[in-house]
Design a protein around this ligand. Structure first.
Ligand SMILES: C=CC1=C(C)c2cc3[nH]c(cc4nc(cc5[nH]c(cc1n2)c(C)c5CCC(=O)O)C(CCC(=O)O)=C4C)c(C)c3C=C
Ligand SMILES: [Fe+2]
Ligand SMILES: [Fe+2]
Length: 370
């Protein structure tokens, strides 16, 4: 506990609020090399993300990666940046606002939704401060990662625990660790594919492309690739797709170690060479479109497929602010918050306040806090 941290004083009569913290990965503040360097320095220093021994990794990260990568990656960010900023941030903000509206209609007591990014801004500490200021005494954390991975979900929990080490008065806490097989998630994905296929003929094959992780992390117990495959299988079953009409692959490889296979780029190249002309690509692991979908999937991999002999490549966007996606988030929150009293107990607020004030006065009389 760091000295000097003072929580808001306890008030007997106050109506406790329920907080929902939506978390996503985070993004640079601007599409510039300097902002990307700051973002990557925080992100890639996380031990959950890169497990190499610290002294060796510090040398590689600061000596090579942060000197070379930011300029190139900043150009990619510039190509997808919008008037509203980074797509990941602007879509996440819309999701938080829509979920706030829904929950305000559905919950009898006060509910506050806040958005925190694991790296960069708006930060998790800032989001937690916002929730604390709103009188949140029960907190549900919803990391927007449908498939659990230590590199994303667990590091969110780490960060929250780190911040709360400095709090005296903790809220009741719940974490949603995954929703990869939730029927509402599977249906939202299936519906988005059906909607795309009402606009145009389906491709010959559908590729479910997920962000990868190093193979070693999976060997050591990270369940992420299994949950990805299960999500894809459930969607394919729901759509009635034959087994040879779809596949799962992993994208966004980083560094030299092998990552979970098959790789998205290799799969698309192989399909094109085998004579597949038209493909659909969907990326169900991303709750919001971001650099990895709008640039790597929708541009780089399209060029690669068309360059290898393919003729039509359709990227089907993430669930973003789709009403079925907000339905899913709402149902996750209501289910995981169940059992929490939805309204405050019937306090006699005036008496309770007097009791509370008297108790603080006694404490203050015994010695003022520093
Ligand atoms: C060792 C490196 C990385 C691991 C492990 C990793 C896992 C992982 N990441 C996401 C989701 C996203 N990643 C994004 C960008 C991104 N990812 C890495 C590296 C690892 N990711 C880097 C270096 C970057 C930045 C871009 C770059 O330099 O190439 C993003 C997009 C952010 C944005 O601003 O749009 C997302 C989202 C998941 C789901 C995951 C493991 C399951
Ligand atoms: Fe990533
Ligand atoms: Fe498995």
């Amino acid at each position: 506990m760091s000295a000097g941290v003072r929580d808001p004083g306890y008030r007997h009569g106050r109506l406790p609020a329920t907080g929902v913290l939506l978390v996503n990965l985070g993004t640079p503040d601007a599409p510039t090399a300097a902002a990307v360097r700051r973002y990557l320095a925080e992100f890639l220093w996380d031990r959950r993300v890169v497990e190499l021994a610290r002294p060796l990794w510090w040398l590689i990260l600061h000596g090579v990666i942060l000197r070379v990568r930011p300029a190139r990656v900043a150009r990619n960010y510039a190509a997808v940046w919008t008037d509203d900023g980074s797509p990941l941030l602007s879509i996440s903000r819309q999701q938080a606002a829509l979920l706030q509206e829904r929950l305000a209609q559905r919950c009898p007591g006060p509910v506050k939704v806040a958005l925190g990014m694991r790296y960069g801004n708006p930060s998790i500490p800032a989001a937690l401060d916002e929730l604390r200021a709103a009188g949140v005494e029960r907190l549900l954390v919803l990391p927007l990662y449908p498939q659990y991975s230590a590199t994303t979900t667990a590091t969110t929990v780490d960060r929250i625990a780190e911040v709360m080490r400095n709090w005296r008065w903790l809220p009741e806490l719940r974490f949603i660790t995954h929703y990869h097989d939730d029927p509402a998630y599977i249906e939202a994905l299936a519906a988005s594919l059906r909607a795309a296929w009402e606009q145009r003929t389906p491709g010959e094959r559908l590729l479910f492309s997920f962000h990868g992780i190093p193979e070693r992390y999976h060997r050591r117990g990270d369940p992420y690739p299994c949950q990805c495959r299960k999500s894809a299988r459930l969607v394919a079953e729901r759509l009635g797709l034959p087994d040879d009409a779809w596949a799962v692959a992993f994208q966004s490889r980083f560094g030299r170690d092998p990552w979970v296979k098959p790789y998205t780029d290799a799969t698309l190249r192989e399909w094109a060479r085998a004579g597949v002309k038209r493909v659909d690509v969907v990326s169900p692991g991303f709750a919001a479109d971001c650099l990895e979908t709008l640039e790597e999937l929708a541009v780089e991999n399209r060029d690669l497929f068309l360059g290898a002999g393919g003729e039509e490549y359709s990227y089907i966007r993430a669930l973003n602010d789709d009403p079925l996606h907000i339905d899913l988030l709402e149902s996750l929150v209501l289910r995981h918050a169940s059992g929490w009293p939805e309204t405050a107990p019937a306090w006699d607020a005036a008496t309770a306040d007097a009791e509370c004030d008297a108790s603080r006065e006694r404490a203050l009389a015994a010695g003022a806090p520093d």
